[in-house]
Design a protein around this ligand. Structure first.
Ligand SMILES: [Zn+2]
Length: 72
């Protein structure tokens, strides 16, 4: 896995009503299951901190740690 620190990716929900949340990755992460969109640091941070979005950090690349966010 070749991460590109400073860039992030968002793996959107399959469908708006799908129970699985969006997943945030660090750019270059290969632990994605669906197609991803590149996003900015700010978008990654907001996705992980806004409950309305409810995104989860990827367990492999840990974008929450890269951003200094403590997501339990
Ligand atoms: Zn990842």
């Amino acid at each position: 896995m070749r991460l590109r620190p400073g860039t992030f990716m968002i793996e959107p929900k399959i469908r708006p009503d799908h129970p699985r949340p969006p997943i945030i990755h660090i750019g270059g992460c290969t632990a994605t299951e669906r197609s991803t969109d590149e996003c900015t640091t700010r978008q990654a941070e907001l996705s992980l901190t806004q409950q309305a979005v409810g995104a989860q950090p990827c367990a492999a690349c840990r974008p929450d740690k890269a951003l200094g966010i403590d997501v339990a």
